[in-house]
Design a protein. Structure first.
Ligand SMILES: [Cu+2]
Length: 113
């Protein structure tokens, strides 16, 4: 094997391996799946019970990152009782909740798309 051949093989090897390296590199640097971060993020939930008098709603909800809460079923207070008018048990919803001095309060709720 003469020098020219060695150089050619080395060049080919680089040409073949470089794209693989680039792919692997790309995988490592991909941003974490556009996290549903952001303060306006809504959480998926399902209405389990509505208490119009008390202004409370029981929701089976997905993880709420902003409240550091795993998925569960729990009672929320609603900011405005009128929010309950458009809801009924079994509805799939998307909502936003805040921790208002220890009271988990729904500030926005809408039908799931
Ligand atoms: Cu909860």
């Amino acid at each position: 094997m003469n020098k020219t051949h060695k150089t050619l093989i080395a060049t080919l090897a680089v040409a073949l391996l470089a794209p693989l390296g680039a792919l692997a590199d790309d995988a490592h640097h991909k941003p974490a799946a556009a996290a549903s971060a952001g303060t306006g993020a809504l959480t998926d939930g399902e209405v389990r019970k509505i208490d119009l008098e008390a202004g409370k709603v029981t929701l089976k909800h997905a993880e709420i990152k902003s409240l550091d809460m795993p998925a569960m079923t729990m009672v929320f207070v609603v900011k405005d009782k009128a929010m309950l008018d458009k809801l009924k048990t079994g509805d799939k919803v998307r909502f936003k909740a805040v921790n208002d001095g220890g009271k988990f309060t729904v500030t926005d709720i809408q039908p799931a798309p």
